[in-house]
Design a protein around this ligand. Structure first.
Ligand code: GRF
Length: 215
């Protein structure tokens, strides 16, 4: 069974979706540890309650990104992860860190990449007036919120939506596609080859989800 480590910074609802899938028997992984850069991250308590090893490494205690990332990687590597999962981890990672975990580092981003990288994706989608929005699981590369796409889910932007209603609709899909992507990795159906996603042929149709609100 593959070993995974999850990095969080806050609420940790995507992490919870992964724990729930593991507990339901639909995600055959060992969640070796949950690590946060914020000591007060709500998700740390949730993980501890689930009996998972937790750590925090406060980025504010380090002089720069390189030093923080080196300490973070040292902690992560004590768990020998096959896969490292960014789940609301709000730090830009150094190229050295990204290279170290190449092909075994996934992120979830709350937009249909390459649209709306960065922050405040839902408000920006509303401001642009797009009709379709969503979320993306991708392998991480040195470029922020960029990298080979594994799976996306599309949701409609409805009349009367505000940031909160739209983000809730997207989040429901995040909780579907992240466990799905990790399951594929765990089952050796998902790999990164020469910078491109290689997905078992029978899964191609499953790599685009539509929310029930999307006609
Ligand atoms: C999610 O919207 C995720 O896509 C983004 O940060 C948010 C984290 O939420 N990267 P949670 O901590 O998983 O609840």
């Amino acid at each position: 069974m593959k070993n995974i480590v999850i990095l969080i910074s806050g609420r940790g609802s995507n992490m919870e979706a992964l724990i729930a899938a593991r507990d339901a028997g639909t995600l055959p992984v060992n969640i070796a540890a949950v690590i946060s850069n914020r000591p007060a991250a709500q998700g740390l308590e949730t993980a501890a309650r689930a009996g998972i090893a937790t750590h925090y490494i406060d980025h504010k205690a380090f002089a720069g990104r390189e030093a923080f990332d080196a300490a973070l990687a040292e902690c992560i590597d004590t768990f020998a992860p096959d896969l490292l999962i960014l789940a609301g981890f709000m730090r830009i990672l150094t190229p050295d860190f990204v290279r170290h975990y190449e092909g075994r580092l996934l992120n979830i981003h709350p937009s249909l990449l390459p649209s709306f990288p960065g922050l405040h994706t839902h408000q920006r989608a509303l401001d642009e007036g797009v009709r379709i929005h969503g979320c993306t699981v991708h392998f991480v590369t040195a470029e922020l919120d960029h990298g080979p796409v594994v799976i996306q889910a599309a949701v409609p932007v409805l009349d009367g939506d505000d940031e909160s209603s739209l983000s809730a609709r997207v989040l429901r899909q995040e909780h579907q596609i992240y466990p799905q992507a990790v399951r594929w990795f765990a089952e050796d159906k998902l790999t990164l080859v020469d910078g491109k996603v290689r997905l078992a042929a029978e899964l191609r149709d499953d790599s685009l989800l539509r929310s029930p609100e999307l006609r």
